[in-house]
Design a protein around this ligand. Structure first.
Ligand code: XMP
Length: 334
């Protein structure tokens, strides 16, 4: 019978069989549910022979780093390496407004940061510290949170992955080849969430709505700067808090909150005239993100969100609602 407990148990047994008695594994965590559940399963199976790597690119939402660093680690006991890469990412993003350019830069830097961390784990034999007498050990396995729909979409191929080194990443062997561990490859999203709950992962991670890899960078229309990220993070947190407290999370697929950093409009706030930026709310309902409809949020909830954002977020004097379906509009603005 299908219960989350049975499934978790059999997945853990499969992982043990695949990785063996002394194999070492690496798992990249994004803050999302898939990589967290995959990591938690592998941790149960092989304990400290797994190292999780979390790249903080500075483009995350409020609280997401803590959810990984504190809550995920507390719930799983996983060994975690965090890469602080905010300055690197923001440095490369400086002056860039084009959406595709942003995505390219972020994708490239993400791989570099991940590789750098993997290189260190490999060099340290995954045991860290100086008590490692045997020197470098082979890390053979890369854990990925691939789901069944991804498997079907990509033609079912599974096997190995290469991480090619770039010139500016020190300490990494020329070309690392990993065998993939994909414990979720027969599961759908709701099954993954059930297994995550069974493993005791925090609800914030287990029920998290989809969030794009390039993060808040593709929700700032215009150049990405630290100040703008700060504004957007505040506005996004307000929207999430109010949607959750209104009990609307179940009706919404996701609600991107977008800062129109290149647009200004005149407002009147406090003592006088302001010339600030608009925030866009983009609540959508969807089954699979291929198509989407804009969600008819209750006016009272929109009013609370609008009032709080214009009161609490500096430089924002207007909140607008995106009432476009997909198609023609994509869910994200960039
Ligand atoms: P669009 O904007 O194409 O988004 O309608 C469809 C879904 O995909 C998410 N999305 C991404 N997820 N990396 C991701 O991991 C990305 O670069 C990316 N771009 C969009 C988006 O949030 C929505 O759920």
């Amino acid at each position: 019978t299908w219960t989350a407990a049975n499934i978790a148990e059999s997945l853990i047994a499969d992982i043990r069989a695949q990785v063996g008695e002394d194999g070492l594994a690496i798992c990249g965590l994004s803050g999302g549910v898939d990589s967290a559940v995959a990591g938690a399963l592998v941790q149960r199976a092989i304990g400290d022979r797994l190292t999780c790597v979390f790249v903080d690119h500075g483009l995350l939402r409020a609280g997401e780093r803590e959810q990984v660093q504190t809550d995920f680690v507390a719930a799983t006991g996983a060994r975690l390496v965090t890469v602080d890469a905010e300055d690197i990412f923001l440095g490369h993003l400086a002056g860039v407004s084009d959406p595709e350019e942003k995505r390219k830069i972020i994708g490239r830097e993400f791989i570099r940061s991940f590789e750098g961390a993997v290189g260190e784990v490999v060099a340290g034999g995954a045991q860290g510290g100086s008590d490692q007498s045997a020197g470098a050990q082979q890390v053979d396995f890369l854990v990925q949170g691939t789901l069944y729909p991804d498997v079907v979409e990509s033609g079912g191929g599974s096997g190995t992955a290469n991480i090619k080194s770039h010139h500016n990443v020190g300490g990494l062997p020329e070309d690392l080849e990993f065998k993939l561990v994909e414990p979720l490859r027969l599961l759908f999203k709701d099954e993954v969430r059930a297994v995550g709950r069974e493993l005791g992962l925090p609800e914030e991670i287990v029920s998290r709505q989809p969030f794009p890899g390039p993060g808040l960078a593709i929700r700032i229309v215009g150049e990405v700067t630290k100040d703008r990220l700060e504004l957007l993070r505040k506005a996004d947190l307000i929207a999430r808090e109010e949607l959750t407290s209104a009990g609307l999370d179940g009706q919404i697929w996701q609600c991107p909150v977008v800062l129109l950093a290149d647009v200004r409009s005149v407002g009147v706030q406090g003592d006088g005239r302001t010339y600030g930026h608009p925030i866009v709310l983009r609540p959508v309902s969807s089954e699979d993100a291929m198509t989407a409809d804009w969600t008819r949020l209750p006016y009272e909830v929109l009013e609370i969100i609008s009032t709080r954002i214009t009161n609490e977020v500096p430089d924002v004097n207007r909140v607008v609602l995106d009432v476009t379906s997909k198609p023609p509009g994509t869910i994200e603005w960039e």
